[in-house]
Every structure is written in C-alpha cells, then in structure tokens.
Design a protein around this ligand. Structure first.
Ligand SMILES: [Zn+2]
Length: 231
C-alpha cells in the first residue's frame, strides 16, 4: 500500500494540496519518495531548518517507533495491522500562510491556533515549524489523538476535550516532549496529568498507562485519583 502525504499551500489565494511524499510499506519496513517538483516550487526554505527529505526520514522513524510502542496493545487482535491503520490516517503538512488560512476558515482565531490539529474526518494537519524537533513533538501529539480514535473509537467519541488532550500530551511526554500551553483545553489537561505522573502511575508500563487513560472519557476521576494516590 502507498500513502500520499500532501503539502497544503496557498496558491493565488486558494488553499491547494500538492504531493509532498509517498510512504509505502515494504517487507523490510517503511520507505518513501519525496516529490522533487513540490520541493523546488513550494518548500518554505527560509521558514524551515530542514528539507522534505529530513522530514520524510523523521516522519517514518516516528511512525515506526509508535508502531513498536503500541504493539503490546494490539498483540491479541487477529489480523490487525496497526502500522497500516496509522498510515491510513491522512497526514497533511502545511506551509504557514496555508495553515493560518485553513484554521481561520474553521473560525479558530490566530491566538488559539496550535501547531497541529487532528480532525475526525480529515486526519492530521501539521504546520511546518522552523525546527524539526519541535515539529516532531507535534507529530507525536497528533498521532496520540489518532491512536486514541483508532484503538478505542467508542471511548474517543465519548471523551471530553480535556481527556483527549491528557491522552495526547501523555504520549508526547513519554517521548520527553514537555510544552507549556496557554490555551484550553491543552492548558487544563496538564495539571491533572502532572498530578498523575507524580504517583505510581508513572512506574507502570506504557501500555498499562495508555489503557488506564483511554478507559476514561472524562478527566474528573483523575483529579481525585491523583489526590488519593499521592505518596
Ligand atoms: Zn491535542
């Protein structure tokens, strides 16, 4: 299977997707092809410290690592290919003016726009940030939302926004990416998560922590649980 990853650009004031990379599954792992044409015509050279080849390598390595991390959670499911399910989630990278336009069209004011978004239907949208390390943290965060929906769709749809953010931020922090958030619901998610991380919860294996968090659809019990379990 091949998976197309487009670049969202603003061309003559209209949002447009152009091919950026194609990722495909081979017997020895994931491989990719980058569109040279898009690179030459549309890549924001001045706004990024990396090119599409580095981005593609980084993206593939992230997806592969997530697939390994989540393997114990799908070990008992028959004929279940998590890697393909993750790749079937559409991922779109966006240059800054296109990203801002898209978010404004959804009525998200500039000051409330995060660096990426996960949509139930359209998948993951990512702003091409200046630093690849920063962008990588956002890729992991948005895949946290995607994996929540892929693995436990019922819980995902019932979850409140804060619970969804707790789950995505927890995955991101598992990879050592800590961020400060000014806006809700992200900003509200950090305190209960930090409370929880200061308890025995943090000593559990990743899959146990993920299962516990995704068994909740509302963060209120977490506030109390964290209080009671404090050493
Ligand atoms: Zn989020």
């Amino acid at each position: 299977m091949e998976y197309q990853i487009p670049l969202l650009i603003l061309e003559e004031n209209v949002l447009q997707e152009v091919p950026l990379m194609e990722v495909y599954v081979t017997p020895s792992g994931l491989d990719h092809v980058v569109s040279i044409d898009t690179f030459e015509k549309h890549w924001p050279q001045k706004e990024t410290q990396y090119g599409p080849y580095m981005l593609a390598d980084d993206f593939i390595s992230t997806v592969t690592q997530l697939n390994t991390l989540f393997a114990p959670l799908v070990a008992e499911k028959e004929d279940y290919n998590l890697l393909e399910k993750m790749l079937a989630t559409k991922v779109t990278f966006a240059v800054e003016n296109a990203y801002r336009r898209k978010r404004l069209e959804e009525n998200t004011p500039v000051e409330e726009q995060s660096l990426g978004a996960f949509y139930e239907k359209e998948g993951i949208l990512l702003l091409l940030q200046k630093s690849l390390i920063e962008l990588n943290g956002t890729v992991i965060h948005e895949f946290g939302h995607a994996l929540h929906k892929i693995l436990t769709p019922d819980a995902y749809y019932k979850s409140n926004d804060v619970m969804k953010e707790i789950i995505a931020i927890h995955l991101q922090r598992h990879y050592g990416v800590k961020r400060n958030y000014a806006m809700k619901p992200h900003s509200v998610a950090v305190a209960p998560l930090e409370n929880l991380e200061s308890t025995d919860f943090q000593k559990q294996r990743f899959e146990q922590r993920w299962e516990l968090l995704t068994s909740l659809v509302n963060h209120n019990p977490l506030l109390f649980a964290a209080q009671e379990n404090k050493p």
